[in-house]
Design a protein around this ligand. Structure first.
Ligand SMILES: Cc1cc2nc3c(=O)[nH]c(=O)nc-3n(C[C@H](O)[C@H](O)[C@H](O)COP(=O)(O)OP(=O)(O)OC[C@H]3O[C@@H](n4cnc5c(N)ncnc54)[C@H](O)[C@@H]3O)c2cc1C
Length: 384
């Protein structure tokens, strides 16, 4: 699916027209990343805030030329996030209100009452949410988390610390992964309201994707039993192996952002390179071909995930390729524009820093490589 069908091209054009308004706000956020409530009045972000809600709970889809978009399929999300990163800014998208990551888990694991509670709140007004998995001792080994949910008379008490969490310092609610018992089946997800006084949050200083990440500390935070996701599911479907599936579409979105950053850097360099530099322009042509290849892989992965949400290897391959591409494209653009490029082209410098963030989002390339390798090993065994 290299060429998009008409309906998706209409969405792509809408985002392309609206996204340039993100750039000034993105540079403002990069310069003042601690502005914990900074929320630029950009129509595209306002619109995004109440999309990505399952049809059953959404009331206000995006309508363009008679086409309706809920932004709940991986393909629609990929088109939106790639275009908004290519013509706008990926870091600002990550810092925006809405329910991209937490909503995916609530949709995958929540029963009707839980989904209604969560999505009604997100739909009512632009609301930041978070998905808190990563802990200070490491994020790759998700099975080794230390945050606990301990049963008590009126539900559970949440204790632990989370780091590198998107919008942790802005969001009034989100989803937290925590241990209720031993083994992978004992890792559960809960909807957590951060208004309790023993829950504290703060911004995290980073080099790239500045302003997007924060930290969360929970000390005996009460969590009602009704907020524990997956209570209507079997232990295998609500435990770790159940919620890991929700990450497959998210990896496609991270890949789309990587492709978008690469496209932004590529077109920026093309615009700013002197016309006479044929050799340098040929290097940009080669980079352009690579971008189209990874874009095609990412769209293919999104289509595969929409057909089979358990497909993990294509999103993992796309995410790995896009993370490398974003770094390659931004560093190539900086090199081509000369030794002072980081100073003379602050937007490009920002994208070059942001590009490294794609590597860690939704799992590093080492972790993705293990997923791809497992799929290859399974295919190899099946063919023997
Ligand atoms: C922009 C951005 C947004 C993020 N948003 C969120 C969010 O919203 N919620 C959230 O919970 N987290 C979020 N994260 C955190 C992210 O998920 C983690 O950074 C990631 O999982 C890696 O964890 P870590 O940084 O602790 O590295 P570690 O897990 O400590 O890994 C360090 C290094 O060791 C390698 N490694 C680890 N295990 C293995 C292994 N078994 N084999 C080979 N190599 C290995 C890794 O590849 C990495 O290079 C975000 C990160 C970024 C950069």
């Amino acid at each position: 699916m290299t060429r998009l069908e008409h309906r998706l091209r209409v969405l792509q054009q809408y985002v392309r027209d609206e996204a340039p308004a993100l750039r000034a706000a993105a540079q403002e956020l990069d310069g003042h990343p601690d502005g914990s409530t900074l929320y630029p009045q950009v129509p595209l972000l306002d619109r995004l805030a109440t999309l990505q809600i399952p049809r059953r709970y959404a009331q206000d889809p995006l309508v363009i030329e008679g086409h309706e978009y809920f932004l709940t399929s991986a393909v629609e999300r990929v088109v939106f996030h790639e275009e908004a990163s290519a013509h706008g800014d990926a870091a600002l998208l990550l810092s925006a209100p809405g329910s991209l990551t937490a909503g995916m888990l609530v949709a995958a694991l929540g029963d009707d009452a839980q989904q209604r509670m969560f999505f009604d709140r997100v739909r009512a007004r632009p609301t930041w949410t978070f998905l808190a998995m990563t802990e200070p001792q490491g994020g790759s080994d998700a099975a080794n988390l230390r945050t606990t949910l301990t049963p008590c008379d009126d539900g559970f008490r949440l204790n632990g610390t989370k780091r590198f969490i998107g919008n942790a310092h802005r969001a009034p609610l989100g989803v937290v992964t925590a241990r209720t018992g031993p083994g992978p089946l004992g890792i559960r997800c809960a909807i957590v309201d951060t208004s309790h006084p023993t829950c504290s949050a703060g911004p995290l200083a980073t080099l790239g994707m500045r302003g997007a990440l924060g930290t969360l500390d929970f000390r005996d935070v009460p969590v009602p039993e009704a907020h524990l996701l997956g209570r209507h599911l079997s232990p295998t479907r609500r435990g770790m192996w159940g919620w890991l599936h929700a990450f497959n579409p998210l990896r496609c979105v991270a890949a789309a952002m990587g492709v978008g950053i690469a496209r932004a850097a590529h077109s920026y360099a093309r615009q700013h390179l002197p016309q006479r530099h044929d050799a340098l322009r040929r290097r940009l042509d080669t980079l352009g071909a690579r971008i189209r290849g990874v874009q095609s892989l990412t769209r293919h992965a999104a289509t595969a995930v929409d057909a089979d949400p358990a497909n993990a290897h294509l999103p993992a391959a796309a995410k790995t390729a896009a993370a490398g591409l974003a770094v390659e494209a931004t560093s190539t653009a900086l090199r081509l524009l000369g030794p002072a490029a980081r100073l003379e082209h602050p937007l490009l410098d920002k994208w070059a820093r942001d590009a490294f963030g794609i590597e860690c989002m939704e799992g590093t390339s080492h972790v993705q490589a293990m997923t791809v390798f497992s799929a290859l090993a399974r295919t190899d065994t099946a063919l023997r």
